[in-house]
Design a protein around this ligand. Sequence first.
Ligand code: HPA
Length: 269
Amino acid sequence: MLERINETTEFLRSAGITDPDAGIILGTGLGGLTAKINNRTEIDYKDIPNFPVATVEGHEGKLIYGEFGRKKIVAMKGRFHYYEGYGSEMMALPVRVLKYLGIKSLFLSNAAGGVNPAFEIGDIMIITDHINLLPNPLIGRNDDRIGPRFPDMGEAYDKYLVNKALLIAQEHNIKVHKGVYLATSGPTFETPSEYRYFRIIGADAVGMSTAPEVIIARQMNLACFAVSIITDLGVEGKIGYTTHDSVIKEAAKAEERMTTIMTDLIASL
Ligand code: HPA
């Protein structure tokens, strides 16, 4: 694993991706943030050795490096999901490569279904914790050079960044919630009973990503910050007909607000 991480990291360094301050992984329909990256270098995943190729529509499959405010960032436009059939190592590699490139913190976004009855479609939820119902991506042989066998998850989402983001949202008059993100495999959206169950066990929103990436990042001690865009509701009486297109459409509407929060937050690092 480490050999492949080093090979990919070296390839990206020689392509000009040097000393990024932060990494960003963007979810469904939220790739537009990358338009604000200046002096950019773009590399297709298919041209990066050892990288998986994203298969989902709305996920372009590009690594974009450049200046974002006063910081240098490397953004993954398009991510890898368990439901696409990738094994743990494939899921882990891109996040590990970002760490080996030198990022200190990781920012993530996703589209999610709201199961908290106070949520509305289009709301932004700042993730304070997660419940991972996907297989743990660290299952398998552990390489202690990458991180410990048994990583602590007591503060998976960085409290300082959460509090800073709440202040930024307030300054810009952007409504945000805080909440717990539950990761499930998909690719089906939930039945009404599954949504109810997820609410009962402590979730505020449910989606098909993010938690595995955060687990991989936390094993390497990266500070993580993540937001969900609520694109549909899993609340009794409010459950609509959900499609990938409806998720993309609703996510796009919240993109500008999310970008504002991410931009100021990264600038404040
Ligand atoms: N469930 C799971 N994943 C999702 C949802 C949902 O309701 N909405 C967007 N991603």
